[in-house]
Design a protein around this ligand. Sequence first.
Ligand SMILES: [Zn+2]
Length: 65
Amino acid sequence: MATEEFKKEIEQRYLENPNICPFCGSTDITADHPDFNDDAAWRDVHCNKCNQTWTEEFKLTGITI
Ligand SMILES: [Zn+2]
C-alpha cells in the first residue's frame, strides 16, 4: 500500500509532466474516455510498460461565450 507521501510525490511528478508515467517515466501511456459531472471530469490512465493505473482529475475553470 502506497504511503500518502509517496502518492503526493507521484502526483507532483505527474502534474509537472503529464505526458509520461509518473511511476516509471515511460511515454507509453493510454487514457480512457473521461466521465463528467456538472463541474468536474475524471479519466483513468494506464501505463503499458509498468502496468500502473491512475486517475486524472479535471475541474471546470471557465467558459467560452
Ligand atoms: Zn509506468
